[in-house]
Write a protein that binds this ligand. Structure first.
Ligand SMILES: [Zn+2]
Length: 282
């Protein structure tokens, strides 16, 4: 049983506010906590029957997990120039995808800890074929197009409630109670990890019974961005149309192509925030 773990940081046990995830002295503590939560998921998954695990670090610069502290049975995708973003390395050879330390979407629950969708600097709302999605739902649709089911999530209680609306069969480990976007009622990380281990084990044991989620036919993304300058610059890609001052739309024939297209638009939108090339010594 081969599993893919997409690891983020906002939903990691012990995390309450975004200051803890920036590259300051606090950040080093949270890298260790992130690695420990991922290890708990790996341990539970192997106990449940996993034989091979690939972890993709998916937060910020995508280089947070400490490889020297990671369970040696897993391999790690690290570093940030990735065409497949948080899903680099995923393909049809996997039997399930697990989301460790993920978070609520932008505009979802007003208390989900550090809620956002992919890039808080530019994405206000993301829809796929008319359905509003967060990162977990979007990534699960990409996995579903490879016939890979989403089987496990961990994060705050608001995030878990949100995802369960779309993915009712996932096993979920609640790592904290969301109090505000920048506050949480925490439990000790070791207590949270016990829950992660147990739920990861249960998820792997029932993985074969969980159906992947998919959309048939062409995939249309609607993105509402935060700035009109961000939206406008994405139209340098000929397939992107403006549907409003801050809104864009594009359609692709399949989910993987659409996901890459979306990521390209987000990269452009981020760089357009203060004027493209403004901070580059080209
Ligand atoms: Zn993140």
């Amino acid at each position: 049983m081969k599993l893919f773990i997409s690891a983020d940081m906002e939903g990691i046990s012990g995390v309450a506010t975004n200051q803890q995830l920036k590259t300051n002295s606090e950040y080093q503590r949270f890298r260790k906590l992130m690695t420990a939560d991922v290890n708990a998921a790996i341990e539970g998954a192997f106990t449940g029957g996993a034989t091979e695990i690939v972890v993709a670090d998916g937060h910020g610069n995508m280089s947070n997990i400490l490889i020297e502290e990671l369970d040696s049975r897993a391999r790690l995708v690290s570093g940030n120039n990735r065409v497949m973003c948080q899903l680099e390395g995923l393909d049809e050879s996997f039997d399930g995808i697990m989301f460790v330390g993920h978070h609520g979407r932008e505009g979802g629950s007003d208390v989900a800890v550090i809620s956002h969708t992919l890039a808080g600097i530019c994405v206000n709302e993301m829809k796929i074929n008319g359905k509003i999605v967060g990162e977990t739902e979007m990534n699960s649709l990409v996995a579903g197009s490879f016939s890979v089911p989403a089987i496990f999530i961990s994060g705050d209680d608001a995030y878990v409630r949100e995802v369960k609306e779309t993915l009712p069969d996932v096993e979920a480990a609640v790592t904290k109670r969301a109090v505000d976007r920048f506050a949480a009622e925490l439990i000790h990380p070791e207590v949270a990890r016990e829950e992660i281990r147990a739920k990861a084990e249960a998820a792997v044991k029932k993985a074969k019974t969980i159906k992947p989620i998919t959309f048939e036919g062409p995939i249309t993304f609607d993105l509402e961005l935060k700035g009109s300058q961000q939206a406008k610059m994405t139209t340098t890609i000929p397939t992107v149309e403006l549907t409003g001052p801050k809104s864009i739309r594009f359609t692709c024939n399949d989910m993987v192509t659409a996901y890459k297209h979306m990521w390209g638009c987000v990269i452009i939108a981020i760089t357009a925030t203060n004027g493209v090339l403004g901070s580059v010594n080209a």
